[in-house]
Write a protein that binds this ligand. Structure first.
Ligand code: GRF
Length: 224
């Protein structure tokens, strides 16, 4: 398939659960807002909702169950093989809850992106919303970043901020952040497919201009 002269980028999405971010990619491609095609959805957990979302729209969905492998290295080696089979231009981690080995990451560096539910570098790892509330923060958010071997430590591309209300539970805050995740993640994918986002020697460029350490800041009004 092609858009104008340029072939659609080949996208592989990795999930572990609900796949609401995957759904935002599915919607965005349907609406012509991503110059890419989701070639496959791969989950390390069987039976999750994200797999159903993929098969509902005819995207090949594959389970690579990490429990079937003796070590993280073996799982990652096999996972990488399956992904490489689709010759992807872009590999998207969308709620993929496995730490990836350096060997794996190095195979895909520059075309592997993740979304993390905090304003990185604040709160890498788990329970981000609870930690932000407990710290008394007034702002939370999400970050789309390139993946490097350091967990949640790769260079940021785009962040979105969300207010924390005094009455917020982690679940309420997570829901508010997720709505914004669904806007920024497909947008970054589109930038990537259009060649407008590049990582070179660990530095992110947007439209040829170096972005700051915390990436660009999304605003609903701004032109992208
Ligand atoms: C999101 O909050 C994302 O930031 C994090 O995992 C969650 C995935 O949600 N990495 P979903 O599976 O896309 O609904």
């Amino acid at each position: 398939m092609t858009v104008g002269e340029k072939p659609l980028s080949r996208i592989v999405v990795l999930i572990s659960g609900s796949g609401s971010n995957l759904q935002s990619f599915i919607e965005a491609s349907k609406e012509g807002n991503i110059d890419g095609q989701i070639m496959a959805v791969i989950s390390n957990r069987p039976g999750v909702k994200g797999l159903e979302r993929a098969s509902n729209v005819g995207i090949p969905s594959i389970v690579v169950d990490h429990r079937a492998f003796a070590s993280r290295q073996e799982f990652d080696r096999y996972l990488a093989e399956v992904i490489q089979g689709f010759t992807p231009d872009l590999v998207v981690l969308a709620g993929f809850m496995r730490i990836l080995t350096t060997d794996f990451v190095n195979q895909f560096v520059g075309k592997l992106i993740n979304i993390h539910p905090s304003l990185l570098p604040a709160y890498p790892g788990l329970n981000t919303h609870q930690r932000a509330i407990e710290a008394g923060d007034s702002v939370a958010g999400a970050t789309v970043h390139f993946v490097t071997p350091e967990l949640d430590g790769g260079p940021a591309i785009l962040q979105v901020e969300v207010p924390i209300l005094s009455t917020d539970t982690p679940t309420q805050l997570a829901a508010r952040v997720l709505v914004e995740e669904h806007k920024i993640y497909p947008l970054v994918a589109q930038w990537y497919c259009q060649g407008r986002i590049v990582m070179d020697k660990g530095i992110v460029f947007h439209n040829g201009v170096e972005v700051g350490k915390s990436g660009l800041l999304f605003s609903n009004e701004s032109e992208h």
